[in-house]
Design a protein around this ligand. Structure first.
Ligand code: UDP
Length: 258
């Protein structure tokens, strides 16, 4: 285990690189937005240069945020997105979009074997208690008997993927033929409103917590759901195997154990 900042070049002998560097929780990536852009853009350049020196395969953890507040629903990989370039989420969205550009240019110009996956909302055990994203927030609030904080009217949607399904999808992507670069969506297409999620967490934890409504953060996407046809076709029939209720039970058990 080496602790290293990806914005600084890194030298090692490697066969495969999975570039997941960058906080993914809006709370954390907005604390230092300049560093967030650097992490995505300079981090991508440094990992791509490392791949070039070592002839390694390199996978980029991109994001459903490249679709911004999507007008096309569900989101297909051919959709170019609807992203605000100057808003509070732009450091993450545009940083990740630029990283995708770099991956494709290193592939076209430098003949690198690159793989780009667009990850949709993912949750599971070992998330930080203070992560700030919706699943861990709701579970911790429920377990502590505190109010469940629903932002806005709670009618915005997300599609939640259990972490094991993501890991399986990424490993399968790394093993695809050199000619397949993606981008490919990796997510669970079952779509829920944020309010439905709150009620599900309340039921599964048996909490007496009440729902409170809080202001909606800026540029919060209204809807999000992956079209996973390409992943099914190219990743050997990959599809999510753990649905929300089962995944939440495992995650609740983990947070309880803490
Ligand atoms: N959200 C919420 N309560 C929370 C945290 C988040 O209602 O305590 C909402 C947030 O406004 C968004 C959705 O849940 O509409 C998912 O937010 P998250 O930060 O998990 O990820 P995002 O998909 O926005 O990057």
């Amino acid at each position: 285990m080496i602790r290293h900042d990806v914005t600084i070049p890194y030298f090692a002998e490697v066969d495969e690189i999975y570039n997941l560097a960058c906080p993914a929780s809006p709370v954390y990536y907005q604390i230092d937005p300049i560093q967030t852009v650097k992490t995505s853009v300079m981090g991508a350049i440094n990992m791509l240069d490392l791949a070039r020196r070592t002839s390694a395969r390199v996978l980029q953890a991109s994001t459903s945020e490249v679709y911004g507040d999507p007008i096309v629903h569900p989101q297909v990989e051919s959709y170019w997105g609807n992203v605000n370039p100057v808003g509070p989420r732009s450091c993450y969205d545009e940083g990740k979009r630029c990283a995708e550009t770099l991956f494709m240019d290193y592939h076209r110009q430098g003949n690198l074997t690159v793989k780009v996956v667009r990850i949709f909302n993912t949750y599971g055990p070992k998330m930080s208690i203070n992560d700030g994203r919706v699943v861990s927030n709701y579970i911790m609030q429920a377990l502590r008997g505190k109010d469940i904080t629903v932002y806005g009217d709670g009618l915005q949607t997300r599609s939640f993927q259990y972490v094991d399904d993501l890991v399986e999808g990424m490993i399968r992507m790394m093993r695809t033929d050199d000619s397949f670069t993606g981008p490919v969506n990796i997510g669970n297409p079952n779509e829920f409103t944020i309010l439905e999620l709150a009620h599900l967490v309340i039921r599964l934890t048996g909490t007496s917590s009440k729902i409170v409504y809080c202001p909606l953060p800026g540029d919060d996407p209204r809807q999000r759901k992956p079209d996973i046809s390409l992943a099914k076709e190219k990743l050997d029939g990959w599809q999510p195997s753990i649905q929300l209720e089962e995944g939440l039970k495992k995650t609740i058990a983990y947070f309880k154990s803490l």
